[in-house]
Design a protein around this ligand. Sequence first.
Ligand SMILES: [Zn+2]
Length: 477
Amino acid sequence: MAQVFDTIIQGGRVVDPASGVDSVADLGIRHGKIARVGEGLPRTAGVRLFDAHGRIVIPGHIDTHTHISSPWARSVDRAFGHAMLAESGTTTALDLAGEPTALAEGMQRRGAGLNVACLLGLVPHQTIRTDDPGPALLRETIAATMKKGAIGVKLLGGYHPFTPESTADTIREGNDQLAWVAFHVGTKATGSDLHGLREIPDLVADGRLHVAHINSYCRGMVLPPAEECREAVQILESKRGQLVSEAYLAQINGTNGKCDEAGNLVYNVAQNCLKARGYPTTEAGIRQALLDGYGSALVERDERVVLVSGAEAVKVWEDASTDASLSFPVNPPLSAMLLTIERYPDGEFVVDAISTDGGSLPRNVAIERTMALVRFGALSMADAVRKLSVNPARMLGLRQKGHLSPGADADITIIDEGSGRATMSLVAGEVIMMDGRVVGTGGTWFVTAAGEDAARRSGLPYQVLDLAESQLYAGWN
Ligand SMILES: [Zn+2]
């Protein structure tokens, strides 16, 4: 008897490197799972059919660096990031510096049907009681945020750096609780650049760590970008098996223009953006950089976050008393590309995944820029899928994602070959985006066992992750 499917995606080029598949085929979905990939699947009565001729069908993009709930960054509503990610073809997102209760609330309000996990950003006096917290406070803060549904914490070294000792304590205390620990590098001894990256081997010691957006430390602030990339690769290699990492492919960054009472820029990342073009790191420097069109400001428009420049950007920044989200084109394409394609001699990628570092930042270009690298010949299509889906699934220990074998979650991204853009995506067999338009709502909340009660109370669909199965904690005991 013929197998019955709920949905069939017809005639696309199915690329599933985990199963060794790259061929034109139909993809049959039943009960939210992949049921079969093959030619001429039977079209029984009631089946939903989607035509994917001329399109590429891949396991859904898992974005390991997004921003969809930063409650302390008040100038825009980060929850718009759900729709912005869904529009660009992402199906699963790790919020890399949010707050779990705010995440759940934002997902209920503005969710787009994504699977979402969240890290607590460690902001002194806001999400953690003191500067440079010691082991006991870290242990308590990490346990408390996991209970609220975060899967771990993010060290914000470029914005709220701790001492090297406190940074190392955070990594160790997180590891002890099998919490995800991500690090925007930089301590009070260094900054958000190659110097910060060089501290990693000592800080991580024999622990485990997610090095956030490794391309961001290769902007040519210390050495020429290509040399910085070479050193970044050596640092990752020196701790291979202990570190996971991702790079993003947008030129623009995201930062904040906050100035202190003396009129000096507070955050290291923003200072570096101005230094890169010779502007003073002051209020006057920011104002000029915005007026010159070098910097942009983030604003809400038509339920999305967009960039504005010139006098309009200055007004946004002034209206926020300088505490406004800004963006500068500081990421060299060379660094993004080198770090994306670099491999170990055994063929594995040095940098595991391609992320957006987007969501509520309008730079959700992971899929289209990865496809540009495919067209350029820098990645094969199978490699593109490895970086967008297979490896990130492995990073997080999502065994039912990152592949299209029977029984896998029917999370799928469909890409137009010509434009390189995602045209449709499904999560658990349900369409969340069609022709660039979001049709999903809410979402599925990924928590650890510690956060299960919080997830249940939220009323959102949820899934419990076991980070012991993640690549981050592979072989950990
Ligand atoms: Zn980020």
